[in-house]
Design a protein around this ligand. Sequence first.
Ligand code: SF4
Length: 523
Amino acid sequence: MLDELGAGRLHGSDGSAGGRSGFSGCGGSDMLCTMGSDISPLDISSGGILPCYDKLREECGVAGIYSSDPAKDVARSVYYCLYALQHRGQESAGIATTDGLQTHFHKEMGLVPEVFDEDILKQLKGYIGVGHVRYSTTGDSKVANAQPLVVRYRGGSITLAHNGNLVNAAELRHRLEEDGVVFQTTIDSEVIVNLIARFSSEGIVGAMERAMDLIRGAYTLIVMTEDCLIGVRDPFGLRPLCIGRTEDGYVLASESCALDIIGARFIRDAEPGEIIVIDKAGLRAKQARVKHAQAGNRRASCIFEYIYFARPDSIIDGTSVYEARKNAGRILAEEHPVDADLVIAVPDTSIPAAVGYAEASGIPFGEGLIKNRYVGRTFIQPEQELRETAVRLKLNPLKHNISGKRIVMIDDSIVRGTTSRQIVNSLKMAGAKEVHLRISSPPVTHSCYFGIDTPDREQLIGARKTPEQIAEAIGADSLGYLSVDCLVRSVGKPAEQLCLACFTGDYPMDVPQAGNKKVFEGR
Ligand code: SF4
């Protein structure tokens, strides 16, 4: 029996209690899917929540913990892992646990500390747990689409947390629907869980392999049954997954910073195409037999994890994110030197690159923009004429440091260019004599289909204009981007092992002609 927590805990925008989550039939595999009542989706796409937000958006974060002590409750540790992974998704959070008999779960819209409190964590009983933080890349931002997905089928229950995006989800879903499967969410992850349940007679690992044979795209999965925890990384290794050892068990997580926070010891990263199984026999790993042509062709880890997505204190596939960013700054100083008085960063993700640029150029690094850390999801966008207020609320120039100086401003990326123009303008208003913009990645010219929310190609300023035209459009005295070759050098891995597609258009697999994260909405 599945035991859902949090009934009546959904809150509408007025803070009143919302509807109750429940179960409903989910089709072909005798599955029951958890469903929650909708609450108003957060309208991040309007730009009304995070002022001066002009970045590719993070995907999701996943974590799972297995304790060898069946009397232990792991929910609190999963909660701390999600806290550490909050930067990967801020729209919803969820945790599911099992004590071997019942699966308990709670998920809501909101940040991790908003979604969970002491009482909820105490009710999440069990020695195995899975957690998820979500930013929607496929499907609307609503609680029905929050994860983990908890489903019941003939053989028991399966809980799934997914980071990434399938490129053939629409086709697979169509085939499943033709077979009579009824979907309860609008996310591609439900396709995966349906497939696992369908093949469950082959055992959980066999079912996983069969599902992996059919799905294409980016996926890091953490799956929980009543007696085991499973981690899976797609055959290209697009999204990260690492393995750690706790005092009495194991932890799987998107990033190593989640291991640090619970005192777990990092063991290694999961390999592309690897299935990690943790149960009472311990941990074992298996390379999936994925037959489709693309499998094993090449590794293609997302380079944007190093540029922007991951936390700087994480180590991904053996490379320190902080060091990769600092290297990028050092190399950027060689590629695009400039005479200036001060190097500043657009906080926070660009700070390591700015430190590297300053070290290599000999120009001192200093603070030039002060970030208001309390401007968050509830920010109310000012009216059009107060647009500059939005930027200053989030990033205010430190006039004392800036006035009369030639500034090198380091940013990690430019997507649409709107924010860069506002920041450059605010620096000049604060008295900067010159503003030279240096970007620690190449121009973003193509959309991502692998779980990163990118605007349509025509909105990418790097796809439409030359660096000189962009400099003119944003009012910078000069602009220099890190080249693709130098970016690869900064990460210290061969280009053949990385996905660079948003800079090159060279996707590691066939991608749909038009990407639409709401592909299943309205069906
Ligand atoms: S297209 Fe860009 S953002 Fe997407 S996986 Fe590849 S490198 Fe990462």
